[in-house]
Design a protein around this ligand. Structure first.
Ligand code: C5P
Length: 237
């Protein structure tokens, strides 16, 4: 079986997205006329790195999401499951839906709709090359300071040794499953965090500025501008 056939992507898309303001669940907010999760699925499919995409969505939105993803051009097989209370639980539930032949799993936030297909492919390739856990990371642009409870600076941190971590994060499937099984209620903000807790080394490769997460209203403004630029350049329909 090809590397693509042995690789699946999990898309946690069951969050409410409260920091984005009132409205639909975040993954269903519109960007250039299509929900965020549809953009994320298109990017994963366009990478030709995954043969299957498992989406974890709010339980009452499974039918709606299935209808949204019924579009021509999405060659990748799609499975939709109900998500959980936390992102980590949503990923755990999606892992249960993977068929036996899947060996490599990418986990990609629906909230990163404009991730370049090349970055998806690079993460998958790095796992297939023998790295059990791979994440994209970006250098920090701001100066970073640790503060105390009263808001006074304790220390300025050396930002050169820090990275802001994006998705997709890629894993050997068994490693990710055991990291989730061992987590046992303890929460990490990403999947690599669980793998680190299990003592495994995580490789950071170069991320991409277009892989940013839509969290606050300003992020949607940026995403709309980027999508308009891609459309003007004829890169997307
Ligand atoms: O809230 P945050 O931006 O960290 O969410 C990251 C991703 O995790 C989003 O795509 C969101 O839909 C997903 N999520 C989830 N289940 C939850 C909470 C968040 O799938 N219970």
């Amino acid at each position: 079986m090809t590397a693509e056939g042995r690789t699946a992507a999990i898309v946690p898309a069951a969050g409410r997205g409260e920091r984005l303001g009132p409205g639909a669940p975040k993954a269903l907010r519109l960007l250039g006329g299509a929900p965020l999760l549809v953009h994320a699925v298109r990017a994963l499919s366009a990478s030709h790195a995954v043969g299957l995409i498992v989406l974890a969505v709010p339980a009452d939105q499974i039918d709606e999401v299935r209808a949204l993803l019924d579009e021509p051009g999405l060659a990748t097989e799609i499975v939709i499951v109900a998500g959980g209370e936390t992102r980590q639980e949503s990923v755990s539930l999606a892992l249960l839906a993977l068929p036996d032949h899947i060996e490599v799993v990418l986990v990609h936030d629906a909230a990163r709709p404009l991730v370049p297909a090349e970055l998806v492919a690079a993460v998958a390739a790095a796992v297939h090359a023998g790295n059990p856990a791979v994440v994209p990371g970006m250098p920090l642009v701001d100066t970073i300071k640790r503060v105390d409870d009263e808001g006074h600076v304790v220390v300025t941190v050396d930002r050169d040794v820090l990275r802001a971590i994006q998705t997709p994060q890629g894993f050997n499937r068994r490693l990710l499953e055991s990291a989730h099984a061992r987590a046992d209620g303890g929460l990490a903000t990403d999947d690599a965090g669980l793998v680190e807790m299990a003592g495994e080394r995580v490789l950071v490769i170069s991320g991409h500025e277009e892989g940013f997460k839509v969290t606050r209203p300003i992020d949607l403004v940026l995403a709309e501008a980027l999508l308009a630029r891609r459309r003007a350049a004829g890169q997307v329909a």
